[in-house]
Design a protein around this ligand. Structure first.
Ligand code: FES
Ligand code: FES
Length: 140
């Protein structure tokens, strides 16, 4: 079906030209790093966020050692969360990614990796800020 093909092309586009591939400085106090793995297949995803003084995600980078769907899911996630508050970003569900990219059921766990990764990055950022004893910021 035409629709299925269109969605499939979206996966391929994110896979062949993933957006926001790379790394942010791990020790930057404004950077949160999420590193997660999928027990089902052993694929690994690293996703990093940089949070500005208003509590908004101003930069995102990822590196995924995994299948095409995992790469597409992380690429999609980085575009989706840029400009969002932490609260907004942590509400994004893997089902949204799976639907947007038209992932088949066997590939659902690939999009789950992206949901786990953003949550883990947010958690890391908050832990870092708490340890630094920083006053609460908007969106904290
Ligand atoms: Fe490949 Fe839809 S069949 S993503
Ligand atoms: Fe495991 Fe895609 S097959 S992340």
């Amino acid at each position: 079906p035409v629709l299925a093909r269109a969605y499939h092309e979206k996966v391929i586009a994110h896979y062949e030209q993933p957006r926001n591939v790379g790394s942010l400085p791990k020790n930057d106090p404004n950077v949160g790093t999420g590193l997660v793995g999928a027990p089902a297949c052993g694929d690994v995803m690293k996703l990093q966020i940089k949070v500005d003084e208003n509590g908004i995600i101003s930069d995102v980078k990822f590196k995924t050692f995994g299948c095409g769907s995992a790469i597409a899911s992380s690429s999609y996630m980085t575009e989706r969360v840029k400009g969002l508050s932490l609260e907004e970003a942590e509400k994004i569900k893997n089902t949204e990614i799976a639907k947007e990219l038209c992932l088949p059921p066997v590939k659902l766990h690939c999009s789950m990796l992206a949901e786990d990764a953003i949550r883990s990055a947010i958690r890391d950022y908050r832990t870092k800020r708490a340890k630094a004893g920083e006053p609460k910021k908007a969106g904290y």
